[in-house]
Every structure is written in C-alpha cells, then in structure tokens.
Design a protein. Structure first.
Length: 127
C-alpha cells in the first residue's frame, strides 16, 4: 500500500545522526543524501525519507501521527529504542514492553525524534 514515508526536519545533520543510529541498531545501513538534501533510508523493502520542507517553512510534527517500524524480535526493539535515546531522541508513551492489542500481543517501544515526530518499533508475538 505504501511506497515510502517522508518526515520533515529542521536540521538534516541532527536527523542523520539520529536515524543512522536507529538503523545501525537494527542491522540497517546509514542514509544517503540526495542532491536536494533529503536523507534516504532503504531497509527491508521500505523507504524512509527525511527532508527539510520544500516550501521553506519550518518542519512540524503530526499530532496523533506515528510511524511504525517492524522489528525481528524484542532485542531489536530494545536496541532501536536505546540507540534513539542515545542520539537525540526522547522516550515517550510507556517504557518498551509487551502490550495486548486488537491484533494480538505486541512488543512496542516509542520515541520522539529530534524534530518531535513520533516513532514506534513493533514486534509481533508469533502465533
């Protein structure tokens, strides 16, 4: 359904430090910068782009919006969360852990990136 997700930033280098650390913690590669200054991350068939707004206005976060990242296990969720907290992110919601949801048992961790976008790492308990 989705081709990519793009988030705005007011400081591309600060975002690069944060997102490179998140992807490294889960076995991903650092982002590439294109000729328009956008950071591009390709991992597990998905594309995440981080970009200064094209209209020249300040980047703002979406109230109520969350970008979710699929993880292979609870250790990967914890590594992702720790890397984010150590590189300019802030933990939010409840601490990383198991939650019962409409789609079964989930291991979740939430962060705010340096531009205050809300991110979630998610691992589903095998059926």
């Amino acid at each position: 359904m989705f081709s990519h997700v793009m988030l705005g930033t007011n400081d591309a280098e600060r975002s690069r430090t944060f997102y490179d650390a998140l992807f490294a913690a889960t076995g991903g590669k650092p982002g590439r910068k294109d000729d328009k200054g956008r950071l591009i991350y390709v991992n597990n068939g998905g594309i995440l782009m981080i970009s200064p707004p094209i209209d020249g206005e300040a980047a703002t976060h979406a109230n109520g919006g969350t970008i979710g990242f699929a993880m292979d296990g609870t250790e990967q969720v914890d590594a992702w969360h720790a890397a984010g907290c150590a590189n300019g992110g802030k933990s939010c919601e409840d601490p990383p852990g198991w939650r019962d949801g409409a789609f079964g048992k989930l291991y979740l961790a939430y962060l705010r990136d340096p531009d205050d976008n809300k991110l979630c790492a998610l691992h589903r308990m095998p059926a």
